[in-house]
Design a protein around this ligand. Sequence first.
Ligand SMILES: C[S@@+](CC[C@H](N)C(=O)[O-])C[C@H]1O[C@@H](n2cnc3c(N)ncnc32)[C@H](O)[C@@H]1O
Length: 405
Amino acid sequence: MSGAQPTSDPSVEQPEAAKSADQPTASTSNPATTSGAPDLPAATPSAAGAAAAEAEAAAAATTAAHAAGDVPAAPVPALLPASHWADLPQAPRDDDTDSAQGDNASSTASMSSSILQYRTIHGRTYHSERGNASYWSPNDEAQNEALDIIHHVLTLSLDNKLHIAPLGDNIQKVLDIGTGTGIWAIDFADEHPNCEVIGTDLSPTQPTWIPPNLKFEIDDCTQEWTFAENSFDYIHIRWLFGSIADWTHLFQQAYRSLKPGGYLESQEASIMFHSDDGSVHEKTAMAQFGKFFLEAAKVIGRSFTVVEDGTQRKAMEEAGFVDIQEKDLKTPIGPWPTDPKQLEIARFQQMAVEQDTEGTLNMVASLQGWTPTEVAVYVAHLRRELRSKSIHGYYPQKIVWARKP
Ligand SMILES: C[S@@+](CC[C@H](N)C(=O)[O-])C[C@H]1O[C@@H](n2cnc3c(N)ncnc32)[C@H](O)[C@@H]1O
């Protein structure tokens, strides 16, 4: 990792210090495997035009989403251009939520390490350049708030459980890869006070007031891990879609680090919204949402169709895991479910998306040549749909867990 350089892409603003500073030494990574950061989006006006042409070509132009389980199998037509949303009149409001989410001022702790010399795209910060990692979502307060709300959605969906893998009473060491704000690791450490928990991430965005049996490390999980062999009872990996080029390699690292009998659990989400009644149809902003990411995947080389492609199971099999089991979830979004529990989940999921929709789309939309203003126009349409009781959207998730023999 010490060989990592700041990106040379002119579309990515970098603080002066980052242009010359030495990059941090990774705690658990192997410099020999670094091949340089992939370029971030060069915003080209022609990209939007190309997208329009592709939209006309519809199904023939698609490269995305193969079906697995109950995920729809139809080919995915291309992303509609920004001009489509600018020209489209706003649908009348039929929402019953009337306030925007809170004001999300950004905050930065005063640390001197170069891991805090973040990259900036359209005013939003991203992790510092480490190895060949290039994570697509901002690491600032607005996005972190969304991650914490999603954690609430995910635990609600599992009846307040933090894992599905059958962990015994005597687990001693647990690893959470790509821990984000660390909220899962904090909850897990609280629940298992005698267990040592480690959470790793590219960005040092975790809090400092944490349970005594938890520590956070800055690490790129796509590099070779240096955790001791056979040392963990359980490894948890959640929502790394769009971050991993080689899932088999990732799970091989987990296999090596787990004790015999230890469990790996992987929870991933589809980036595509669906409906079972056609209310999320091709021309809705909700159906378009995931397409930003499918297009981005072609550029960043990291798949957003992990669930659709059955990647978790395949990669676990290839890594040598046994007793592989799966659970599929449909996570609703918006005010439409009639079942009280599903409604609660759907409301929190809506809140999570609305918390920072622009931030979530910032990098992937700029890859398509969209300006922040164009994104804002599209997001206005998306919000209307998310708040509508007549659009019955959900996204699929898949949890896969398996044992090291
Ligand atoms: C969608 S968030 C999920 C966070 C957390 N797992 C959760 O479920 O709350 C993805 C996280 O993975 C981290 N990440 C992405 N690529 C990574 C990599 N190569 N190594 C370590 N962390 C990575 C990001 O920084 C981000 O915090």
